[in-house]
Design a binder for this molecule. Structure first.
Ligand SMILES: *[C@@H]1O[C@H](CO)[C@@H](O)[C@H](O)[C@H]1NC(C)=O
Ligand SMILES: *[C@@H]1O[C@H](CO)[C@@H](O)[C@H](O)[C@H]1NC(C)=O
Ligand SMILES: [Ca+2]
Ligand SMILES: [Ca+2]
Length: 318
C-alpha cells in the first residue's frame, strides 16, 4: 500500500526524528500510481523556462506518458489548468516527442476541441487540460507546469545537505552547503539555478565564509572557467537592486550587515564593456581569492550556490 517506508528514531535530545526512506525533495509529492514524485508549479512560465526549471530541480517537465501518470497529473493540477506537458517539437517542426523521447503517437492523448494544428506554423509545445484534452501552443506563451521524478525502484536518499544532488558539499566551518556551477550563466539564470536546487546564490557572511568560497573556487581547474577580461570570476548573491552604487545581498542586507565587505583592489569599478557596449556593472561576483567585484549582469560566467541543509530536507522533528 505505502511505497515509502517512514523510519522514526529517538535521537539524543529526546525528540522523535522521522526520515522517509526513499524521498526526493520536500516540495515534491509521491504518487503511487505515477511511480514517482510530482510538483505543480503555480507560477506560469514559457515552455523553455518550464523545462529548464524542472531539469534544475532534478526532474523532467511531466508528460502524460501512460494513463496512471496522466491521472496523477490531473489530480495535482487542480484549478491550475492548463499545464504545459514536456511534449514539444522545438528541435524540428512537426516532430513531437516528450522530454524522455516518447513520440506523440505513443502517448494516450485526447484530442477534442484542441488538436495539433501547428497554427501559424509556430506552435511547437503541447498543453493538457484538467479534462484530458490536449493541444499545441506557441512555446513563448506562459502556462502552469508539472515536474516529474520517476522512482525507478531505486531508493533515493538525501545527503547531509538535504538534497539528492551530490555536488552540494557541507562546510563544517559555516554549516552551509555549497555547489560550484561550472556551466556558466547570466546572473539572473544563475539565481534561478540556485533557487531550483533549494538554495540561493552564495551570500558571504564572514571572512571565514569568504575563505571557504575561495578554497572551492581555487580548487576548480582554471581551464574549466570562463575568463572575464583575463580575470576569473563567479557570480554570487549580491546586487545593486537597480539603486546604482548601493549594494545589498539578495536577502536585503547591506554587505556590512551581512558580515563581509571586502572589495578587491579598484573595485567596484563599474566598467563599460568596450566590445559588448554593456554599460554599468550592477551584479555581484567574487574573484578566486574571495574578494568582491561588480560585474555585468548579462555576463555569462560560473557561479556558486549556497544551501541550508534543512531546505528540501525530508527529516523533521516533532
Ligand atoms: C520495479 O519493480 C517492479 C516490482 O518488483 C517490477 O515489476 C518492475 O519491472 C520494476 N521496474 C523497473 C523499472 O525496474
Ligand atoms: C555606472 O556607469 C553607468 C554608465 O556610465 C552610469 O550610468 C551609472 O550611474 C554608473 N553607476 C555608478 C554607481 O557609478
Ligand atoms: Ca552564507
Ligand atoms: Ca568590476
Amino acid at each position: 500500500m505505502f511505497y515509502i517506508l517512514v523510519l522514526c528514531v529517538l535521537s539524543y535530545n529526546s525528540v522523535t526524528e522521522c526520515m522517509a526512506n526513499g524521498e526526493f525533495r520536500s516540495d515534491y509529492t509521491y504518487y503511487n500510481k505515477a511511480g514517482g514524485w510530482l510538483k505543480l508549479h503555480m507560477v506560469p512560465a514559457n515552455w523553455h523556462d518550464a523545462r529548464l526549471r524542472c531539469q534544475l530541480e532534478g526532474a523532467v517537465l511531466a508528460s502524460p506518458l501512460n494513463p496512471e501518470l496522466k491521472s496523477s497529473m490531473i489530480d495535482i493540477m487542480g484549478k491550475f489548468d492548463p499545464v504545459y506537458t514536456g511534449i514539444h517539437s522545438t528541435f524540428s517542426k512537426g516532430d513531437f516527442f516528450s522530454i524522455e523521447g516518447v513520440p506523440l503517437s505513443a502517448i494516450p492523448a485526447v484530442w477534442k476541441h484542441y488538436y495539433v494544428d501547428s497554427y501559424a506554423d509556430d506552435e511547437g509545445c503541447i498543453i493538457m487540460r484538467g479534462n484530458e484534452h490536449m493541444g499545441d501552443f506557441k512555446c513563448s506563451n506562459v502556462n502552469y507546469f508539472i515536474c516529474y521524478k520517476r522512482a525507478d525502484n531505486k531508493t533515493i536518499t538525501q545527503n547531509e545537505c538535504g538534497t539528492t544532488d551530490s555536488e552540494y558539499k557541507l562546510s563544517t566551518v559555516t554549516g552551509s552547503c555549497y555547489k560550484f556551477h561550472r556551466t556558466p550563466r547570466t546572473w539572473s539564470r544563475a539565481y534561478m539555478a540556485c533557487a531550483a536546487e533549494g538554495g540561493h546564490l552564495a551570500i558571504i557572511n564572514s571572512q571565514e565564509e569568504a575563505n571557504v568560497l575561495s578554497e572551492i573556487f581555487t580548487a576548480i581547474p582554471k581551464k574549466d572557467i570562463t575568463k572575464v577580461r583575463g580575470q576569473t570570476l563567479a557570480h554570487i548573491g549580491f546586487h545593486d537592486w537597480n539603486e546604482h552604487g548601493s549594494w545589498l545581498t539578495i536577502h536585503g542586507q547591506t554587505l556590512k550587515e551581512a558580515g563581509y565587505n571586502t572589495w578587491a583592489l579598484h573595485e567596484p569599478n563599474n566598467v563599460t564593456g568596450t566590445h559588448t557596449g554593456w554599460v554599468g556593472e550592477y551584479c555581484g561576483s567574487i574573484y578566486t581569492n574571495g574578494q568582491l567585484n561588480d560585474i555585468w549582469c548579462d555576463y555569462i560566467i560560473v557561479f556558486i550556490c549556497e544551501k541550508n541543509p534543512l531546505s528540501l530536507a525530508m527529516n523533521w522533528k516533532q
